[in-house]
Design a protein around this ligand. Structure first.
Ligand code: NAP
Length: 360
């Protein structure tokens, strides 16, 4: 059987490294291209026999020359937009970890997907779970979708305690080991906000039919409720190699190194509502999503600026939400007709957020 050739963008990151492990362990898969922002790729290219590599620069060029069967977009942030749009427009299967691109460019991405006609497979564990629960189900039978959130390291912190948490505290995620940006997003619940918008675009569901619940052990990744009162859940240990492998091998399902769940060892599954007051970024994301146009793009851009400032020690944890709220209140939010207009909206939101940072 011919191998599936994967272009792995963001190869040096947390998802990138795990993807290389999954690919190396599966004879059906190979890597044809690697990219990073600034880390060298020579050693990885030699190890995995990859001919095309790119450090920085335009992903489209790399994708044109390497002609992949699947693009795995594991870049972090808005920087992943170009690759997402390229794959969708060209009808090349897209395994999407870079949720920010679908959040920021949702309308353009869905239009490109319709024109291109390729596959769009989520790598985010919750969306992979929803995708799997929806397989073979008629659309009209679906009632709603529930995304689970671990609640992050500050699930039980009071508002007063959140004022003084450090970067180190925020980087200590209780269940997942991930890159720094998504780890901070998980601590603020902005990550679940981004996922809410991602789910809206991926599954064409209105926001009122997408719910978020806190589930501290991250064993249930998502639940789909159906109109007859039944609900299907997707369970597994929190390990990204599973959704990465699923996205790369769909419609097959290859073996992975991850052990199956052991229920007989004892397991309880707990759920609770998220606290929207202590974690306002969840509601801000919902409002930005419902605002449509470039509001989701602005939410993402301001959040990226705020998270970078928090990681640099320039602002406190609670300032992240304040900065995003302020930027959203001042952006125009009108729709973007093309990528240059979207980039303009992203730039404007970054300018607003940075301005507020400078004034603080
Ligand atoms: N980590 C997880 O478990 C997880 C789970 C679900 C979803 N995701 C999503 O997956 C994406 C990647 O997350 P991560 O945790 O793997 O991030 P990460 O560890 O920070 O890695 C980011 C990768 O993106 C590359 N990159 C950054 N900017 C780039 C640019 N302008 N052009 C090309 N490459 C660029 C980085 O290259 P350098 O190394 O050179 O900087 C690095 O390879 C994010 O969108 C995240 O939300 C991650």
């Amino acid at each position: 059987m011919a191998q599936r050739r994967i272009a792995l963008l963001g190869a040096t990151g947390s998802i990138g490294r795990q993807a290389l492990e999954v690919i190396a362990a599966n004879p059906e898969l190979s890597v044809c291209a690697l990219s990073s922002r600034s880390q060298p790729l020579d050693a990885l290219a030699a190890e995995h026999g990859v001919a095309h590599v790119q450090v920085g620069g335009d992903a489209a060029e790399l994708l044109e020359v390497s002609e992949p069967d699947v693009v795995l977009n594991a870049v972090v942030g808005f920087a992943g937009v170009g690759a997402t749009l390229w794959a969708l427009e060209h009808g090349v299967a897209l395994a999407l970890a870079n949720k920010e691109s679908l959040v920021a460019a949702g309308e353009l991405a869905i239009a490109a997907w319709k024109r291109g006609g390729g596959r769009l497979l989520p790598v985010d564990s919750e969306h992979s779970a929803v995708f799997q629960c929806l397989q073979g189900r008629a659309r009209e039978t679906v009632d709603s979708v529930v995304l689970t959130a671990s609640g992050g390291p500050f699930r039980n912190h009071s508002h007063a305690e959140l004022e003084s948490v450090t970067v180190e505290d925020a980087l200590a995620h209780p269940t997942w080991s991930m890159g720094p940006k998504i780890t901070i997003d998980s601590a603020t619940l902005a990550n679940k906000g981004l996922e809410l918008i991602e789910a809206h675009f991926l599954f064409d569901l209105p926001y009122e039919r997408i719910e978020v619940v806190v589930h501290p052990t991250s064993v249930v990744h998502a639940i789909v409720r159906f109109r007859d009162g039944a609900a299907l859940a997707h369970l597994g240990y929190p390990d990204m190699r599973v959704p990465i492998s699923f996205a790369l091998t769909f419609p097959g399902r290859s073996t992975t190194a991850v052990r199956p769940l052991d229920f007989s060892a004892g397991m309880s599954l707990e759920f609770e509502p998220p606290d929207r007051e202590r974690f306002p970024l969840l509601s801000l994301a919902r409002e930005a999503g419902e605002g449509e146009g470039t509001y989701p793009c602005a939410f993402n851009a301001a959040n990226e600026v705020a998270v970078a400032a928090f990681l640099d020690g320039r602002i406190g944890f609670l300032d992240i939400a304040a900065l995003v709220e302020d930027a959203l209140a001042h952006v125009d939010g009108g729709s973007a007709r093309d990528l240059p207009e979207l980039v303009q909206a992203d730039t404007e939101a970054r300018r607003l957020a940075s301005g507020r940072l400078a004034a603080a």
